[in-house]
Design a protein around this ligand. Sequence first.
Ligand code: SAM
Length: 303
Amino acid sequence: MVGCALMNRLLDRPSRSLNRVGNRETHGLGYKRVDGDPNVAVLLATMDATAGWEATRRLRAWERDQLRLDGGQRLLDVGCGLGDAALALAEDLGDDGEVVGVDASAEMVTVAQNRASAARCHVRFAVGDVLALDEPDDYFDVARSERTLQWLTDPQAAVLEMVRTLRVSGMISLIDSDWSTFTVDVGDDDLAGRVREAMHTERGRPSNIGRRLPELVRAAGFEVLAATTATQTWKGWNPDQSPAPDGCFSMSSLADDLVDAGQLPPADRERFVSTIHQAARDARFSMALTMFAVVAGARTAMD
Ligand SMILES: C[S@@+](CC[C@H](N)C(=O)[O-])C[C@H]1O[C@@H](n2cnc3c(N)ncnc32)[C@H](O)[C@@H]1O
């Protein structure tokens, strides 16, 4: 559990300082099971950090433009995390609208509920599973999911479950990262190549789901109305102050992934980490990740 003092600090959004709460070695950022994770405070705080990424802000603004929500509409956000994206969209729904956020993590939902107090429309955040939503059929005007499908064993089943809750005219909106686009540049081609190779291979989760979002909505009987991408870049970071670049996993954790993927001999792990840390200290560090977004409508609604 996140203790009271820590939760209060989370609610005040001091995300950068909380990024340092994590254990350097376990700062791996896994969102399959947030509650009970020894670094739960870091997992929550990282959601604030990633909400501040330029790429996230651009994709959320793009989504809002595409959806053009009306007063009185109903929005479902699955894997809603701290609820900030849903609450921002709630502003477009007027007093009569409704927002429901569902997340598997009670820790996330507690923060989202606290942040919901200023919303005008009816807002409900609840613990639940995107694969078996406790929501009615044919109810919502929009179902959205952001950076959650990459943590699911069956993202297609999740999209079908979202579709089940939608009205015939409803729209689906998906935003997700594609970790096969992840690059680390410290002026070392061998190191960059190992990272690229390791990230191309999915291990235990659909980490490269971003580019497959159009396939997911088409397989659910939807047509892509609009699609875009945004690339988050990190140009600087002080490894002596934080184990990880803003909102990202630590380089020790990245090294562990490379070892698991067979791209790095265990004996080279420390050298890999120190090479990146030194490059960051010398301002020779950059990193990039592309996120994808689609907004789609049901084929039958458009015929
Ligand atoms: C990386 S976070 C993204 C949170 C939020 N959508 C955002 O973009 O800030 C992934 C979220 O998915 C949630 N999650 C993972 N598996 C889930 C499931 N089966 N059902 C509902 N939520 C799930 C996690 O608890 C976590 O809050």
